[in-house]
Design a binder for this molecule. Structure first.
Ligand code: ATP
Ligand code: MG
Length: 429
């Protein structure tokens, strides 16, 4: 007796993207690639698995990601620890150093694909999700920071998004942060009674992160904390000012948010987020900033860099609210046939049509005309080609329009010789 096999389901927080929705992904990816090419960004593909050390170092030990969100394992007891990438930047910088891709000039690169974080799944927050991650490697000036923000503003326009807003801050440089840090720790010590577990644990290791809290009880303490901005030197302020000037020239509104520190440790100077009011609690669609110290942190030569990542699930959710685009058809032509001879001839004619670049579905298997027409209609094809026994005998083929023409008229069904089918289709597709 065989035991019943218990059905296997997908892992919680990891979504299947089904044929009915994948067209939205492909459409978005194609818009993104065209947009990235417009700004000179080239694609870069790094492995999904990296050594755990890379992320621990590159993202920072005292971060949500490294402390509790990484998928980490070893293949055997004495093997190195591996981690499924929770973001792209660390891997891209690792590869940039390894292949020395910035040795003769700076590089604009992007990556797109899955990332993994073990978080509590909810709307807009998954355990496998997708990012497009953009990095400008080897650029020091504020011009490139501003260019990336202007570039994002163009993307929102391309996608028809309106409810999306820029928040901006500067984290200054290491020494400036040090002075601020001392003042901040004093402030946290004075308010230790309102700090939660995480806050108390991080107040000496990463006090800036304590302000990046979602705990309502800590908001007032965070709002009254010493502002990093007041500790910035002339150069840092000038960098930030130049970005603001360029954004104003480009007509891009922004809010300076002194509390914006971002979850990742490696940022300096510019940090920014694009947030929306349309997605509930999961409001951040894009986050980025400058990370001039990351190359040296990972053992490379000093290389200034700036970048950002967009969460594609959140972006698609926002697009779905903003626009109503219907699914594209599956084919231009659907070939219907009856009888063995017709079935074989149908394949030959379909190949001739594909030579013209058309998308063609040949009905698979045999079925009544009625049910084949039903399938043809569902496919969204403009024209059904019909090969019945009569057509095969006479060397003809029938064309039945399935959709209205551009002028709103329904064309007539015609029967032509099989040699003339391509010419006849050219008039209709
Ligand atoms: P959050 O504060 O929402 O956790 P984050 O600061 O951890 O975001 P980043 O590391 O900056 O996010 O990642 C960039 C973008 O990736 C986010 O702005 C968001 O759009 C998306 N993102 C982050 N985590 C998830 C997730 N678990 N599921 C879906 N999208 C996510
Ligand atoms: Mg997070």
């Amino acid at each position: 007796m065989s035991t019943k096999f218990e059905k296997v389901t997908a892992i919680r927080g990891m979504n299947d993207i089904l044929p009915g929705e994948s067209w939205q992904w492909e459409r978005l990816e194609s818009i993104l690639r065209t947009w990235l090419a417009q700004y000179g960004y080239l694609n870069m593909r790094t492995p999904i698995l990296e050594q755990t050390r890379l992320f621990a170092r590159g993202i920072g030990e005292v971060t949500d990601i490294v402390e509790k969100e990484m998928y980490t394992f070893r293949m055997s007891e004495d093997a190195e620890q591996l981690t499924m990438r929770p973001e792209f930047t660390a891997g891209v910088v690792r590869a940039a150093i390894e292949h020395n891709i910035t040795y003769d000039r700076p590089q604009r690169v992007y990556s797109m694909g899955q990332v993994f974080r073990h978080e509590r799944p909810q709307k807009g927050r998954y355990r496998q999700f997708h990012q497009v991650s953009i990095e400008a490697l080897g650029f020091a000036g504020p011009d490139i920071d501003a260019e990336q923000i202007i570039m994002l503003s163009r993307l929102w326009k391309l996608l028809g998004l309106k409810d999306i807003h820029l928040e901006l801050n500067s984290l200054g440089q290491v020494e400036e942060r040090k002075a601020h840090r001392e003042a901040l720790i004093k402030h946290l010590e004075a308010h230790i009674d309102v700090l939660d577990e995480d806050g108390k644990r991080r107040m000496y290791t990463n006090p800036l992160r304590v302000l990046d809290t979602k705990n309502p009880a800590m908001q007032e303490m965070a709002n009254n904390a010493p502002k990093l901005f007041d500790f910035l030197g002339e150069e840092s302020k000038a960098h930030f000012q130049e970005i603001c000037t360029r954004l104003e020239q480009a007509g891009i509104p922004y809010t300076i948010n002194p509390r914006l520190v971002r979850g990742l440790d490696y940022y300096n100077l510019t940090v920014f987020e694009w947030v929306t009011g349309s997605l509930g609690a999961q409001a951040t669609v894009c986050g980025g900033g400058r990370y001039d110290g990351l190359f040296t942190l990972l053992g490379g030569k000093p290389t200034p860099a700036v970048g950002f990542a967009i969460g594609l699930e959140r972006l698609l959710a926002l697009m779905e609210q903003a626009e109503s685009v219907s699914a594209p058809s599956e084919a231009d032509i659907y070939v219907i046939h009856q009888g063995d001879e017709a079935a074989r001839r149908a394949v030959q004619i379909a190949e001739l049509c594909r030579d013209q670049g058309w998308r063609v579905i040949v009905h698979a298997g045999s079925a009544s005309f009625k049910s084949q027409f039903k399938r043809a209609d569902i496919s969204g094809a403009q024209v059904a080609l019909i090969l019945g026994e009569a057509e095969v005998k006479e060397g003809t083929i029938s064309l039945k329009p399935l959709r209205l023409a551009d002028n709103g008229m329904m064309l007539e069904q015609v029967t032509v010789s099989q040699d003339a089918v391509v010419a006849e289709l050219q008039k209709r597709i």
